[in-house]
Structure formats: structure tokens, C-alpha cells
Design a protein around this ligand. Sequence first.
Ligand SMILES: Cc1cc2nc3c(=O)[nH]c(=O)nc-3n(C[C@H](O)[C@H](O)[C@H](O)COP(=O)(O)O)c2cc1C
Length: 207
Amino acid sequence: MTLAIIAAFCTSLVAITWQLTAERIASNKKEWLERNLQPALAGLFFDSPVTESMLLIPPPHELPGSETAIIYRVYAGEEPVAALFVVSARDGYAGPIRLLIGIAMDGTVTGVRVLEHRETPGLGDRVEITKSDWVLQFDGHSLRDPAAPRWAIKGDGGDFDELTGASVTPRAIVNAIRETLSYFDANRVAVFAAPAEIEGESSVGSK
Ligand SMILES: Cc1cc2nc3c(=O)[nH]c(=O)nc-3n(C[C@H](O)[C@H](O)[C@H](O)COP(=O)(O)O)c2cc1C
């Protein structure tokens, strides 16, 4: 009985703490995201609050990863200028790698950043911008530059550098960027036509 009471008390405590902090966590996350979205839009003029034009694409979808994908539409006035994708590279060394990928309307990459990962410090974690500039090599490339077979790491016959002693992480990221470019190419109109998101209701790109 005593144990049951303690267990019930602890469960209630966890539930209350979660309720009290959920909103604050969401707001901090949004603020953090808004700040961190900027580097993936290098060289673009835009004046829209990026996080307010969000689309949630629940799985299953054609974007990389099995989690919900997020797309932020970016505008200058009424004019769409880019889309920012938050997707997951599936085959990281230690699990999915959450990526932010900016793509301009002409299909060129405006920036890539690694948002979350569990790759090994000193090996796979050099994909973080704070550790090396590896991730900058994608800027300005598009689905057709380089052409499809060369959208791969050099070790696989492609154009992109890997990291010394760590090709698994770079391969996963290169594949995810290529798949995201391909998705944008096929769904560009639908992506910008969709209304601002209500969680779980998007059908853009869902299978
Ligand atoms: C403990 C441990 C952790 C590793 N972590 C990573 C990692 O985070 N990312 C990665 O690409 N490879 C990692 N590797 C190396 C891979 O197993 C693989 O050998 C390597 O990616 C192949 O790279 P290479 O083609 O440059 O030899 C790790 C290896 C070990 C033993």
C-alpha cells in the first residue's frame, strides 16, 4: 500500500512537472529554432517569420527519416523564396541525424545544419558546424549539380568529401540531402500551396 501511494505520488509529480514545463519548452524550442534557421538561408532576402509558415508531414512520407518531417516556407513579401526542411538521415552510425536543409526556389541548397545526432565525438560529430566546416560543402549545389550518380561521398564515386575515419555519417547526410532535393523538385508547388499547418493534417508528400 505504501509503495502504491509513493508510486502514485511520483507519477503525479512527473505529470504535473511535464504540464508546467511543456509550454515553456515549446517556446524555447521555437526561439532556438528561429535563431538556428537563419544560417540555412545564407544569401537570401526574406522577411517572413519563418516558424509561422510551418508544415508538418507525418510519416509515412517521401522525405528522409521515419519521424514527422517539418517544412518552413520562406517568403519575401508574398513571394516564396525558399523552403527549409527538418528531416532525419536514417543511417547515421548511432541512429537518425536530424538535419536542417535550406533550398531556394531554383533548387539550390542555401545551407545545411545538423540539429541533433548521437554520432561519436571526434569521428561523426565533425558534421556539426561548431566542429568543422564539412557541412558547408553543399551550399550552392542542386539536384542536377552534380548529376545523380555523383550525389554521393567520394568513397562511393561521388563529389562530396567524407570525414577521415568516418564515412558512415557523411554518407547518411549526403543521401538525406539528395532525397530532400528530389522531394522539393517533385512537390514544390504543393509545398507552397498548402495552408499553414495544423498538426497531423498535412497531406503534402504523405504516402
Ligand atoms: C567506437 C566507434 C565509433 C565510431 N563512430 C563513427 C561515427 O560516428 N561515424 C562514422 O562515420 N563512423 C564511425 N566509426 C567508424 C565506422 O565504423 C567505419 O569504420 C567508418 O565510418 C569507415 O570510414 P572509412 O571509410 O573512412 O574508413 C566508428 C567506429 C568505432 C569503432
